[in-house]
Design a binder for this molecule. Structure first.
Ligand SMILES: [Zn+2]
Length: 197
């Protein structure tokens, strides 16, 4: 599936937003991918996950993604690969594996994100997986906004369905904040204070 076809799915569902956003990483940007709006149409999620799975070259046993954003995506990728799909979640701020989820010793894990920005949450997932006796052997995402493979230093390959570089700023350097507009946290209706502005 080429980039334009992927973007057609995003545009058709209003999942490509423009404005002033505070990302989960704390950085600000003027565009945001609300993947949930694509993935909530299961036929689109299935088509995207199949296209993604076809690009994964590493043999894996299980797919894992961090909640909430990657829950549906991990599930669809697991379906496309014929592997089970788990998710991690934060408990008192700490990334954790709950709900009875676990790994057999040495299982090979594909870590997936829906939108990859800094890879910060993903690194926490890697620690959780290792603490449970399995090993992340590859990473992947639906949209890579980072412009690179943020896991290259860990020697992990990255599969991405589409790579789109979107400029991000520290709040103190954000031009939209400088204009005085409030940053919105997509996915909630909360209006943030605009960081360091
Ligand atoms: Zn801003």
């Amino acid at each position: 599936m080429d980039t334009e076809t992927v973007l057609e799915h995003f545009r058709a569902t209003g999942a490509l937003l423009e404005g002033h956003f505070e990302l989960s990483s704390g950085l600000h940007s003027d565009r945001y991918f609300q993947c949930a709006l694509v993935l909530c149409e299961p036929w689109r999620a299935e088509a995207l996950a199949r296209a993604f799975a076809a690009k994964v070259e590493t043999e894996v046993d299980v797919v894992v993604g961090p909640a909430m954003g990657a829950v549906v995506w991990a599930h669809e990728v697991g379906r496309a690969l014929g592997k089970r799909a788990l998710f991690t979640e934060r408990k008192d701020g700490v990334m954790s594996l709950r709900r009875g989820f676990g790994f057999r010793p040495g299982e090979r894990v594909l870590l997936v994100e829906d939108v990859l920005t800094t890879g910060g949450s993903a690194r926490e997932v890697i620690e959780v997986v290792e603490a449970h006796g399995a090993q992340v052997v590859a990473c992947g995402c639906l949209v890579n906004r980072s412009g690179k493979n943020p896991f290259a230093d860990l020697g992990l390959p990255l599969t991405e369905l589409v790579r789109l570089e979107v400029q991000t700023w520290e709040p103190s350097a954000c031009p939209r904040c400088a204009e005085g507009s409030p940053a919105v946290k997509p996915g909630s209706r909360t209006v943030a204070t605009g960081g360091g502005a």
